[in-house]
Design a protein around this ligand. Structure first.
Ligand SMILES: Nc1nc2c(c(=O)[nH]1)N[C@@H](CN(C=O)c1ccc(C(=O)N[C@@H](CCC(=O)O)C(=O)O)cc1)CN2
Length: 289
């Protein structure tokens, strides 16, 4: 007789995202003014078009108002800066988000720096990055903050655990490390120059993959019983069909892990829910003034 194969618990994103959206809607309803989110998008990249449409629709369903500024690809740096300054000065706007990636001719850092830190609902402004790293977080990037919510939703406490994050991007890896350190985890950030990556990842009680390479994490890289969080969304283009979405983690890892997020339907839905949470939090702070 063969032993039954171990299958990890599925950490599904939608129930956690719905819980966060319900809390966010309740908080929004308590404010005298509907919180307003301004979303800026340049060009017609299909993924960005779809994410921005999702943000706009979810905002309205959650009792916020939102405006999408869909600008042509060839918008200049000066024109984009002028729009951001106008939104900074508009007291009816509580949150500003510039969808990434931006076209190559735009200096992304200058744009993110121009957003009023109090309206920076993406948490990308250096002021908000500093607040996170000094353990006084204000606005925190939506995907890592969403991962923290997801872990809590499923009763997974990172305190005292060994956490390995693969990837050091400003959107996920770095802020994820800050949040987990603030939550009392022992954190390692691995990346393309890490030596003997497999030995490092096998130390993890919680392994977070945010590399952007389809099925990069294989079962031999995972300690049996670890929790695995897959932040990757890799689009596999297919002739005449919608692109297939693949995570950074190979599905066979479910035979080794105790719990694992799927792709799609894992971390992805948390990003938009957390963005709306950040927008309501910004509106609450602004209402105190
Ligand atoms: N200004 C920002 N730009 C980008 C961010 C961000 O947080 N701020 N993150 C990503 C993209 N992103 C939101 O913008 C995002 C990614 C994934 C999802 C999501 O719901 N994914 C679903 C699958 C959706 C699909 O079919 O494509 C899932 O994983 O289940 C939402 C938002 C880069 N840019």
């Amino acid at each position: 007789m063969t032993a039954p194969e171990h299958k990890a618990q599925k950490l599904a994103g939608p129930p956690a995202a719905e819980a966060l959206l319900r809390e966010t809607a309740e908080r929004a309803a308590k404010l005298a003014q509907k919180p307003h989110l301004s979303i800026v998008r340049l060009g017609e990249d299909p993924a960005s078009v779809s994410y921005v449409a999702g943000k706009d629709a979810r905002a309205k369903e959650t009792g916020l108002s939102s405006t999408v500024h869909a600008l042509p690809e060839e918008t200049t740096q000066a024109e984009l800066l002028a729009l951001i300054r106008q939104l900074n000065g508009d007291s009816s706007v509580n949150g500003i988000l510039v969808q990434l990636p931006l076209p190559e001719h735009i200096d992304e850092q200058e744009i993110l720096l121009a957003i009023d830190p109090d309206k920076d609902v993406d948490g990308f402004h250096p002021m908000n990055v500093g607040r996170l790293w000094t353990n006084h977080p204000a606005s925190v990037p939506c995907t890592p903050q969403g991962v923290m919510y997801l872990l809590k939703h499923y009763g997974i406490d990172p305190a005292g655990k060994r956490v390995v994050i693969i990837g050091r991007s400003n959107i996920v890896g770095r802020p994820m490390a800050g949040l987990l350190m603030n939550a009392h985890a022992t954190v390692t950030v691995a990346h393309s120059r890490t030596r003997d990556l497999r030995a490092v990842t096998r130390e993890a009680d919680i392994l977070i993959a945010a590399i952007g390479k389809a099925h990069f994490v294989t079962p031999d890289m995972v300690k049996p019983g670890a929790v695995v969080i897959d932040v990757g969304i890799n689009r596999l283009e297919r002739e005449g069909k919608k692109p297939k979405l693949l995570g950074d983690v190979h599905p066979d890892v479910a035979q080794v892990a105790s719990a694992m997020t799927p792709v799609p339907g894992g971390v992805g839905p948390m990003t938009i829910a957390q963005l709306l949470g950040n927008t309501v939090a910004a509106a609450e702070e602004q209402a105190k003034r």
